[in-house]
Write a protein that binds this ligand. Structure first.
Ligand SMILES: [Zn+2]
Length: 345
């Protein structure tokens, strides 16, 4: 089968498109004929390599996919050949005490598909294998490309806002990157819960998209000062929730924008991992700084129910063939993504 493979870490030039064997499946796994693949920033981290983390080489990236079940292992009962599905790429054993408690992130076998799996085990290929328990029916109202664009960002934003930060009607929610993959989901979840999204974006095109998706307020960080605008919008009170995934470049502003008793929830840090905390704020202002990682299959099922009703919509910027994967990485690294990029095999 055709796949995007890298044999060593480096710039986009290490990515090759070549023939590799179709994966073989174990009793609890399903083989998918992949129809579309959503790109995520993890694909860039994987290609570059991360200090202290061993990747399986040669490596196929890709955590989001839509496709058709081509074959199933002998123990699989939840899907059958021909089913149209999407993948929750947060893989775990689904059998240990942590998994049964709904805490797969504590599972000793927790790993992100196409990031921590391998060698040659990810979505950017014509076929892929995953444990069948992580397959969810594809919403019929979405195209293959739209369906592949959603799972990771949708379930991550859902877990951050709904499960972890416990979003409520009327909450002011500062959404960094309001026109990006995660941000477009976060803005729509805010609207769904009757919360008041304040989307931070760069430039008029991204501002228009954030408004269209339901952001009540939009701050253009190219021409406006974020903290000053937040103070105006919230009448100096600060926001109830900050939706963080940028990290080093925004963390200080996130803390300044947060109300007493407010919550910052963070799922990643695309600009760097070092950030300071003035401990006086933490206790005097009784603020909450919460981590959140990916999401469970149950959370994905919950969120997709609203996708099926058209209340959360996919935002696909561009669909490219596998062969254009280096172009896709360049767009991501230049921070030019609006919504999501999708590859087709
Ligand atoms: Zn487990």
């Amino acid at each position: 089968m055709k796949a995007v493979v890298f044999d060593k870490h480096g710039g986009p030039e290490v990515l090759t498109v070549r023939q590799v064997p179709v994966p073989s499946i174990s009793p609890n796994e399903a083989l998918l004929r992949i129809r579309a693949i959503g790109l995520n920033y993890n694909d860039v981290w994987g290609r570059r390599g991360l200090p202290g983390m061993d990747f399986h080489l040669p490596h196929i990236s890709g955590t989001d996919a839509s496709g058709v079940v081509e074959a199933v292992g002998s123990e699989v009962t939840n899907v059958k050949v021909g089913d149209e599905v999407v993948v929750n790429g947060a893989l775990s054993c689904m059998a240990c005490a942590s998994c049964i408690r709904g805490e797969p992130f504590v599972c000793a076998q927790f790993r992100i598909w196409g990031f921590q799996t391998g060698p040659l085990d990810g979505a950017q290929a014509e076929y892929g294998k995953v444990p069948a328990a992580h397959l969810v029916p594809k919403p019929a109202n979405l195209s293959w490309e739209e369906a592949a664009s959603m799972p990771l960002v949708l379930v991550t934003a859902w877990r951050m806002l709904v499960t972890r930060a416990r979003i409520r009607p009327g909450d002011f929610v500062l959404v960094w990157g309001g026109a990006g993959g995660l941000g477009t989901m976060a803005v729509q979840i805010c609207k769904l819960f009757g919360a008041r999204a304040i989307a931070v974006v760069a430039g008029e095109a991204k501002a228009a998209l954030a408004r269209e998706l339901g952001a009540e307020f939009v701050i253009d960080r190219k021409s406006q000062r974020v903290v000053r605008e937040i103070q105006k919008i919230t009448e100096r009170r600060g926001v109830d929730i900050v939706f963080e995934h940028v990290g080093e470049a925004t963390w200080e502003t996130s803390i300044l924008a947060l109300k007493w008793g407010g919550t910052i929830v963070i799922c990643g840090a695309t600009t760097g991992f070092q950030a300071g905390v003035d401990l006086r704020f933490l206790w005097n202002k009784q603020q909450n700084y919460l981590g959140s990682h990916f999401g469970t299959t149950a959370e994905l099922v919950d969120a997709l129910a609203f996708v099926r009703r058209g209340l959360i919509k996919p935002v696909v910027m561009k669909v490219l063939p596998l062969e254009a994967v280096t172009e896709a990485h360049a767009i991501m690294e230049k921070d030019e993504v609006i919504g999501k990029l999708v590859l087709t095999p």
